[in-house]
Design a protein around this ligand. Structure first.
Ligand code: AMP
Length: 544
């Protein structure tokens, strides 16, 4: 016997309808190419999203046609999230910092028909257009007056494009399992792979995102997502914030600018922010070097890479701000786990608490986890046995878009192999020890590059650190520590190794330390280890 409850679809457009009605006057503030501080309300946003939805409907696309965006975080991009998905098309967000070949591959693989983009990316599109035959029209996020000169044939400003759309347009209804958005993984090996979200997965994810297990946001919050809208839907914030009426501040192209972010936070009264660790390193450095503080910021969600203890400690001890670490991936929408403190740990000393908070956290309801050895046997949750992390849940991808057959990551039926190596302790706190591909295999034992990096950035003279395995005749691989030093205070190799001594097992100590001006990053701010491995491919360790 089935339950007798209504089967109303979980639809992205429904979030907009709800926010228009209940939080219509809540603000969305954006930095854009044509306006240093654009300000309007949820009501304005969703009326314009309806206009866009109407125009797209009139163009007569087949359901689930892919419509691309290459853009920073701002209000027009948010209108696309709703206008495109709301009419049954797929909003395909693309990372502008991809290598041109990857970008061409992705647009062609997705067969994108339309592209919405910021003016600053037009030169890139002009260069690649001949290789993008599926693209019919390019829509530029500006108005007629600010349209840049371009050699593209079919190009129009966003304001002109939506001008004739009906702001009262009625959203269509369809199956909640319909595809809503598409995001390709960064693809450090092989071609990028497409993760295809559904309306149902997006709503379930956003609802959990708003629960106490994750953010949680409320109408009293102002949230600044520093995590890009082209990367896993800005962790779902453009969906979760309107559900609860939180004000949103979008930083546009100012994502990596510590000063601009700090100013936006202060001027707009930001209470909550989310982003990868690199962003916080830049922001904290600005605040520290300029003797500033935060007057409204209360908490940050930090994830996408291991969060160094030094970042958590500086936020806590200098600014009284709580850093909540989260773990997730493009394939998990992304929220998988969040580090929340169980009441039984309230009495921990500051140092013990810091140790707890450097873990990736406990799975949120809806995501199941296990760790397995090479033969697929489950490993104990004892905090020290490590294994390949596998997950499943209603917002975890079940297959990649447009790829025949079962992917390697889905070979364990019903589970997704994350490619991460992790431990889980008896209380369920999961800690990522490495990527399967980044772990350093020394004499048959594993060394965690992440733990070494975290320990190294604890040195006050180290601005950023990366550890890679370099081949070694006796041990197969040994760790090489690559360091960017802080401008003022440059430590030597001996200083750094001395600092690490006692913080990690002796046999983990890097065999060498090299100093560089810059560590390469992916477009989402993660350390690009593949590039570092290339740069140091011929490196001979002094111990070799
Ligand atoms: P992406 O799909 O580009 O978002 O990358 C996901 C990957 O980022 C994960 O598989 C992890 O390797 C890494 N990652 C995400 N969150 C964390 C975290 N809290 N600690 C360590 N690594 C993380």
């Amino acid at each position: 016997m089935q339950g007798l409850m209504m089967d109303r679809p979980l639809a992205i457009a429904a979030i907009g309808e709800f926010a228009e009605r209940y939080y219509g006057s809540t603000e969305i503030v954006s930095v854009t190419a044509d306006n240093p501080l654009h300000r309007y309300t949820y009501r304005d946003c969703f009326r314009r999203a309806r206009q866009l939805g109407d125009v797209l409907t009139q163009r007569g696309y087949d359901p689930a046609t892919r419509i691309a965006t290459i853009a920073w975080n701002d209000y027009r991009h948010m209108e696309c999230y709703y206008g495109i998905s709301g009419v049954g098309l797929v909003c395909h967000t693309i990372n502008p910092r991809l290598f041109p070949e990857q970008l061409v591959y992705i647009v062609n693989h997705a067969d994108d028909k339309l592209l919405f983009t910021d003016p600053m990316f037009l030169p890139l599109i002009e260069k690649l257009k001949d290789k993008l035959p599926s693209l019919e029209t390019v829509v530029v996020f500006t108005d007629e007056a600010n349209m840049p000169e371009t050699s593209l044939a079919d190009v129009v400003s966003y304001e002109t494009f939506i001008a004739d759309g009906d702001p009262e347009f009625a959203w269509p209804e369809f199956d909640e399992r319909s595809a809503s958005a598409l995001c390709y993984t960064s693809g450090t090996t092989g071609n990028p792979k497409g993760v295809l979200y559904s309306h149902r997965s997006t709503l379930l994810h956003a609802m959990v995102g708003n629960s106490d297990a994750v953010l949680p946001l409320s109408p009293r919050d102002t949230v600044l997502p520093v995590v890009p809208m082209f990367h896993v839907n800005a962790w779902g914030i453009p969906y979760s914030a309107p559900m609860v009426g939180a004000k949103i501040v979008y930083p546009g192209p100012k994502m990596g600018d510590g000063e601009a972010l700090w100013r936006l936070m202060e001027d707009e009264g930001v209470t909550m922010s989310a982003g990868v660790p690199t962003v916080w390193l830049a922001l904290l450095a600005y605040v520290r070097n300029n003797n500033k503080t935060f007057s409204t910021l209360q908490r940050t969600l930090v994830g996408g890479a291991a969060v160094p203890a030094a970042v958590i400690a500086e936020f806590r001890d200098r600014h009284g701000i709580d850093v909540q670490q989260g773990w997730g991936m493009t394939e998990t929408s992304p929220i998988g786990s969040v580090n929340k403190v169980l009441p039984k740990f309230d009495g921990l000393s500051p140092d013990e608490m810091l140790e707890l908070r450097t873990k990736a956290g406990r799975a949120v309801f809806g995501v199941e986890m296990k760790i397995v050895d090479d033969a697929g046997n489950e490993q104990p949750w004892d905090g020290s046995s490590s294994g390949a992390l596998r997950v499943r849940g209603p917002w975890v991808c079940s297959a990649y878009f447009g790829i025949d057959g079962v992917s390697e990551a889905h070979e364990d039926a019903g589970w997704f192999d994350t490619g991460d190596v992790a431990t889980i302790d008896p209380d369920g706190y999961m800690a990522i020890t490495d990527r399967t591909k980044d772990v350093i295999k020394s004499g048959g034992e594993w060394i965690s590059s992440i733990d070494l990096e975290n320990a190294a950035v604890g040195h006050p003279g180290v601005a950023e650190a990366a550890v890679i395995g370099v081949s070694h005749p006796k041990w197969t691989e040994r760790p090489l520590l690559i360091v960017v030093t802080d401008a003022g205070d440059a430590p030597s190799k001996t200083d750094i190794l001395g600092f690490l001594d006692g913080k990690v097992a002796k046999w983990w100590l890097p065999d060498d330390v090299v100093f560089v001006d810059e560590i390469p990053h992916t477009a989402t701010g993660k350390i690009l280890k593949t590039e570092l491995r290339k740069q140091f491919a011929d490196y001979v360790l002094p111990t070799a």
